[in-house]
Write a protein that binds this ligand. Structure first.
Ligand SMILES: *[C@@H]1O[C@H](CO)[C@@H](O)[C@H](O)[C@H]1NC(C)=O
Ligand SMILES: *[C@@H]1O[C@H](CO)[C@@H](O)[C@H](O)[C@H]1NC(C)=O
Ligand SMILES: *[C@@H]1O[C@H](CO)[C@@H](O)[C@H](O)[C@H]1NC(C)=O
Length: 158
């Protein structure tokens, strides 16, 4: 006889709850044990805007494979500890910088539609910038003023 409380049924129920993150609900977050940082995963959720309901102590934010077409660093001002931001595989034509992200070290912009290199104002801690697979014509890699350290510019990888 089939038992309605079979462990398989219970497991299936758990899995579907874990996978259910509807619009407006926060993205799943977990400790990144290697980096010892809080990592929030909003990848592949069809987002066209940066969600507001994120933990204030988010340190790694994954926003890849969404539908973001235009992003400003203003959208992350509620995340003062943000250190890594992955915006790869979106439709970014523009990245507005200016509103500071003082701790941001890593910015991944690969697989977007950027036509020009973003200015890197307000990103004093940036050490890694990934820009592969955009629409930036080669040659003129010129960084703006105020850059203490020239970031490692990864145009090939990722
Ligand atoms: C982040 O904040 C939440 C809620 O305030 C807390 O429970 C959690 O321990 C914090 N995580 C880290 C890594 O600081
Ligand atoms: C983030 O979430 C997406 C979609 O659910 C999943 O495919 C991906 O493996 C997750 N990435 C990490 C690093 O957990
Ligand atoms: C890439 O740039 C070229 C030259 O500026 C432009 O003609 C083309 O439409 C751009 N493609 C995309 C996908 O933005």
């Amino acid at each position: 006889m089939l038992c309605p409380t079979s462990p398989h049924l219970a497991l299936l129920a758990l899995l579907s709850v874990a996978g259910a993150v509807g619009p407006g609900e926060p993205c799943p977050s977990e400790m990144n044990l290697i980096k010892d940082r809080l990592q929030v995963n909003c990848s592949g959720q069809g987002l066209s805007v940066v969600p507001l309901a994120l933990p204030r102590n988010t340190s790694i934010l994954l926003l890849s494979s969404n539908r973001l077409a235009s992003v400003s660093t203003a959208a992350f001002q509620h995340l003062p500890e943000l250190a890594e931001l992955d915006l790869s595989h979106n439709a970014l034509g523009v990245l507005h910088t200016g509103p500071p992200l003082p701790l941001l070290q890593e910015l991944v912009l690969s697989h977007n539609a950027l036509g020009v290199l973003p200015t890197l104002q307000g990103l004093p801690a940036l050490t890694r910038l990934a820009l592969a697979h955009n629409n930036i014509s080669g040659g003129a890699i010129v960084y703006g003023v105020d850059q203490k350290a020239v970031p490692t510019c990864n145009l090939a990888g990722l």
